[in-house]
Structures are given as structure tokens and as C-alpha cells.
Design a protein around this ligand. Sequence first.
Ligand SMILES: [Zn+2]
Length: 226
Amino acid sequence: MGIGFLLFPDLCPVCERLLVRGERHICLGCLSDLPYSYFWSWRNNPAEQLLEGMMPLDMAASLLFYRSESKWRAPVRRFKYEGDRRLGTYMAALLALKLKESGWEDKIDLVVPVPLHWLKEWQRGFNQAAVISAEIASAMGVAHEPSVIKRKKYTFTQTKKDKEHRRTAIAGAFSVPAGMLSKVAGKRILLVDDVLTTGATLEACAKALADAGCCNISVATLAFVE
Ligand SMILES: [Zn+2]
């Protein structure tokens, strides 16, 4: 029994019931109740409507709706803020399965996560977006490159800032280093983050990729905030 058990006993993070034999990470009852977005089979879905005009967008999808009253906020928060990587990997695998079933791997050359500033990554111990992007790339059999985009600016936690303020704060925060340009040019890139809220971070990352000559950009996130 490792330290992981002490930090995270085998409780379902959604309903907090003890997991039984055969259940892993999330109980079967909650899984059958997962608030899927179905964006992967829905053209011009709300995520695409939000991001269109911000980037040369091809497709956008999220695994689930992140509603204020929903118990499904808990597993996303536990992954993002409490460092439960295994839970993040598990949810990413659920998303990867949906993208694969919808043929996304035929339209993607490279999977890239939204980067964290090195200081934040050091504080947290990992980049949560890279945990998701690694799982998606591996499931789809597509190349994964976690350091294509570099975060230049340290931006403070933005959850309480308004949309316009957030957009200004993050614009120009990212770039593609010269040594990475050849990996990006002419490629169809899947940009991955944990939660899609205003799209400001994704827009700023997409600008760096577009400036580096990528062909088009698709977006995948675990959660979509309604
Ligand atoms: Zn449950």
C-alpha cells in the first residue's frame, strides 16, 4: 500500500462511495451518469462556436459539461488542484476513446498541451494539460510534443478575472522556440487543456502555433464550462 492510498483512498471522487471490485477511479453508477458533451459528433458545437474566430480552427471537443451544481466538478478539481494524476489520465482515456471513435486521429499530425509556466509546474509537480495530451496522443497513435509551446509570462490565477481582463493578461504569453518551428510548420495540431472557460489561453497558444506556420488547430479539453 503506497502513499497514494493515504492521499486518495479508493473512493469514487464523484459520489464519495467506496469503490467495489472491478471499479477503477470512478464508480460504475457515476460513469453511467457522466455528463458527456457529445461535441465529438456535433459539428458547430458550443466549443467550436466559442473558439471560431480565435484561431484557424478545425474541430473542438470536451469530454464533459462542467456545471456549477454538478458533482462532476470534484474529479476535475482533484486532478487539477490536488495532483491526482491517475484520475486525470483515466478521464483523458475516456476522452481519447471518443475522439478515436470519431476518427480524429486521421485529422491530427501532432498533439500539444497548453504549457504551464516552469514555476507553476514546479509548484504543482506536473503540467495537467500534458498528462491529458500524452494519454490522447498515445491512444490515437499520433506524435506528442509537450514542449512545442513555451510560456514566457507568469500569469496569476485567473479564475476571478473577467473575460476581457483575462484575454489581455494572457495575450502574447506564449511562443514557439526557433528549434521547434520545423515540428509545427504545415502540421494539423491538436491543442489540449484541462478546462475550456473563455478560450483566452487557447487563443494565445493558437496564435503562437499559427505564427509558427501550423496548418490548422483542433482543441480538446476534459471539461467545458457552460
Ligand atoms: Zn460514484
